[in-house]
Design a protein. Structure first.
Length: 172
């Protein structure tokens, strides 16, 4: 197994554990939803098939749900929803020529703006699904909107930080 592949599996494992611990023990605010899970599907290769992305999304979310001790299926459903639309976001934002040449998402190849748009859209889909399923009519629209508006930039910043920490070669 290549060291890059091993690094990706190890990173995913650590992020799933971190998500479970965060869900169980960390409560910054009712308005901030911290999530490491979207990073797992952000880093998957461009050419990953939709069924593969869905499988990884579902399993990662389900394991995080069990570790977190919260509502079983919440992370799983939200990450699977984001994974379902991942391919369309990549095609719309990144472009076919980059998808065919490159293996993994990279700021150097796609450019900062395209990579940021890709990340924000994927994280926003995850957050939207999570917040909708979590509240299911029990919270006001303004509360949910505020939670969404705060959580998306926070989690985008976390993902960008994780991306910089996990890539020792910027073209990975």
């Amino acid at each position: 197994m290549k060291s890059t592949t091993l690094q990706i599996y190890l990173t995913a494992f650590i992020l799933i554990l971190a998500q479970g611990i965060t869900d169980s023990f960390v409560d910054i605010s009712r308005y901030v939803l911290i999530s490491f899970l979207p990073f797992i599907i952000l880093r998957m290769p461009y050419k990953s098939s939709t069924p593969a992305v869905l499988l990884v999304s579902f399993v990662a979310g389900l394991v995080a749900d069990f570790l977190g001790g919260g509502i079983i299926g919440l992370n799983s459903a939200s990450l699977t929803f984001a994974g379902l639309l991942r391919g369309r976001i990549i095609k719309a934002v990144v472009g076919k020529d980059i998808i065919e040449k490159e293996k993994r998402p990279s700021v150097l190849v796609t450019g900062q703006v395209s990579f940021l748009i890709y990340s924000v859209l994927l994280i926003a889909l995850y957050e939207l699904c999570y917040i909708f399923l979590d509240s299911m009519g029990s919270a006001s629209f303004l509360f949910n909107l505020t939670r969404f508006a705060i959580s998306v930039p926070v989690n985008t910043a976390i993902s960008m930080l994780l991306f910089n920490l996990c890539t020792n070669n910027p073209r990975q």
